[in-house]
Design a protein around this ligand. Structure first.
Ligand code: SD4
Length: 329
């Protein structure tokens, strides 16, 4: 579909809202891999490199995208240096680490868990909910109870871990809560994979915003907000201030934009622009989207500079900088 036709379908051509031409962006469009280069996996931020390696061990042996994304993001959940994913993450304002995760397959099967405590791999719980229950989402105590009844166990170490507990006690002195996701606070992992059979899956997992109100759940476990896959079109995942993604059904919107003919990068751009339109005057709110279509084309876009993602294919294993609308500072 031509760009003119795409804008016309959006009802934006000729209106004041027209999407800024991508060619005016400071960075050039990333070269795209043709489908013959599948399998392919992309994931948010620098820790995506190690997560992609976990996913790649499944994909290179002809494994399913669904198994690959589960294994991939579990690597980050185990990372004791990551402060926004897994049980080494920062706690809520009452001192409890609560985890959110979801997983979605090519054919719209999905599972999700939110506000889960003391279980190391929420992504495995999300997958088990998808495979073993007629439901999509379990939360809190009920989710933990179900997990314990279904083969999961509580970890045997102290949560928050000692370094995180120390930071928390320092934070308590002023107890200032900032929702900003910035260079110090941006480690949620979202992953999209296309396997050798041309099937796509995605996963997203986080401990959420540091020092959040107890009970707060962001976009990461919400199908359509922090992750969405449609095997007819492609997938998207997100990182950043989750409230913005929930308010715009962010990842579902990115996929719908691709369905109307946008490239992955154009689709991410469109929803970033929509978020800024809905939140005029909001400063310091990072949001980044990552998307891939069924042809293996991919792209990302964020509100602020600094969002990047890890890419792994047969020939490439590297970080890619996403384009952005604004510069910090
Ligand atoms: C949330 N989206 O809970 C997550 C936080 C995040 O990078 O992505 N941090 O809102």
């Amino acid at each position: 579909m031509s760009r003119r036709r795409f804008l016309k379908n959006l009802g934006l051509a000729g209106a004041g809202l027209a999407i800024k031409p991508l060619s005016t962006s400071a960075q050039t469009v990333q070269p795209q891999l043709p489908l013959k280069d599948s399998p392919l996996v992309i994931s948010t931020w620098i820790h995506g490199m190690e997560a992609n390696a976990g996913a790649w061990s499944v994909l290179e042996n002809g494994g399913a995208a669904l198994d690959a994304v589960q294994k991939g993001v579990a690597v980050t959940e185990s990372d004791m240096n990551n402060r926004s994913v897994g049980l080494a993450g920062r706690p809520d304002r009452d001192g409890h680490v609560t985890l959110d995760a979801c997983i979605m397959d090519h054919d719209s099967r999905c599972g999700s868990v939110a506000f889960l405590e003391d279980i190391q791999h929420p992504i495995d719980v999300a997958r088990a909910i998808m495979d073993k229950t007629p439901h999509v989402m379990l939360v809190g105590e009920g989710a933990q109870q179900w997990a314990l009844e279904n083969g999961f166990s509580k970890v045997d170490f102290e949560v928050p871990i000692p370094e995180v507990q120390k930071d928390y006690e320092n934070w308590l002195i002023k107890s200032e809560y900032k929702t900003g996701v910035n260079v110090e606070n941006h480690d949620t992992i979202g992953m999209l994979a296309l396997d050798a059979s041309g099937r796509m899956a995605g996963a997203c997992t986080t401990s959420g915003m540091a020092y959040k109100i107890r009970g707060r759940v962001g976009d990461s476990p919400i199908i359509g907000a922090g992750l969405f896959i449609d095997g007819d079109v492609g997938g998207a995942t997100a990182t950043g201030v989750g409230e913005a993604m929930i308010r715009t059904a962010g990842c579902a919107s990115v996929v719908e934009s691709m369905r109307r003919g946008a490239s992955p990068e154009e689709a991410c751009y469109e929803i970033v622009q929509r978020i800024l339109k809905k939140h005029p005057g909001v400063n310091g709110m990072q949001v980044g989207f990552l998307a891939m279509n069924m042809q293996g084309e991919y792209g990302g876009y964020s509100v602020y500079n600094g969002f990047n993602y890890a890419l792994r294919s047969k020939d490439r294993n590297e970080m890619v900088d996403a384009k952005y609308m604004r510069t910090w500072g």
